[in-house]
Design a protein. Structure first.
Length: 143
């Protein structure tokens, strides 16, 4: 063996070691990314469930806490007679980075003491920020 072949033979195990370490680091980074995505998805699911419950059961004070900029002029008297009978997501669209969700929600409700069920479609934008998911907009407008 000449000198250059001898040097390559010694470097081969070292380059295999470096390749193995690099592959291991890539796998760890990819796993961390999926954990972050899973964490973000879990937070979104919980946030949407609690917000839906607040609207469904007329807890508008709780619902206001989900807003990015809480409505200071929210008229609680305007919703005191609203009873929500149905709340279902009709459409969801995520941004490419997963930090924004636009969704359309069908809400059916009755204004007591009436018996006529009305339907509205609430357009919601949810943003992922440092402290979790927040609603970028107002609460539903019941007619």
């Amino acid at each position: 063996m000449n000198g250059s072949q001898d040097k390559r033979a010694r470097l081969k195990p070292r380059s295999q070691f470096v390749s193995t370490v690099m592959m291991f680091l890539v796998l760890i980074l990819c796993d961390s990314c999926s954990i972050l995505s899973q964490k973000k998805q879990t937070e979104l699911t919980q946030t949407l469930w609690f917000y839906r419950s607040a609207i469904r059961w007329g807890r508008y004070t709780d619902a206001l806490e989900f807003q990015k900029n809480p409505q200071k002029d929210f008229n609680f008297l305007s919703v005191s007679d609203v009873k929500v009978s149905w709340y279902t997501v009709e459409r969801k669209a995520f941004s490419d980075d997963g930090d924004r969700l636009d969704q359309t929600v069908e809400i059916r409700y009755i204004r007591e003491p009436g018996i006529v069920e009305k339907t509205i479609f609430d357009q919601q934008t949810w943003l992922y920020e440092d402290d979790g998911w927040v609603l970028d907009g107002e609460l539903p407008h019941f007619k």
